[in-house]
Design a protein around this ligand. Structure first.
Ligand SMILES: O=C(O)C(=O)C[C@]1(C(=O)O)C=C[C@@H](O)C=C1
Length: 91
């Protein structure tokens, strides 16, 4: 095989490998979205219990614990993820 043909063949094999491994990312994203939906439901359940008893929907001290949990796992971007997560769950 010429070196150009070898290069093309290596690139084609890499594209197949990337596409195979990408499927795992797609599956994981699917699972993460499903978990987020479940978290959203549980969070809204708690908020309903609290507001039904005359309390506030938001509990800043609890949110700070969650923000810190994600920051400790992933640094600043982890805190950003938790901020978005709480926005999704508060509705
Ligand atoms: O843990 C609670 O008290 C909730 O209401 C859940 C939750 C959350 O989604 O984690 C949502 C709103 C509150 O501000 C704090 C946390």
């Amino acid at each position: 095989m010429s070196s150009t043909a070898e290069q093309a063949s290596t690139e084609a094999a890499a594209m197949v490998a990337v596409s195979t491994v990408r499927q795992r990312i797609d599956d994981l994203d699917h699972d993460i979205i499903e978990l987020l939906r479940r978290r959203q439901e549980v969070s809204q359940q708690i908020q309903q219990i609290r507001t039904g008893a005359g309390g506030q929907r938001v509990e800043p001290a609890r949110e700070e614990l969650i923000l810190e949990r994600y920051r400790s796992a992933f640094g600043g971007p982890g805190r950003d993820i938790a901020t978005a997560l709480l926005r999704i769950c508060r509705g």
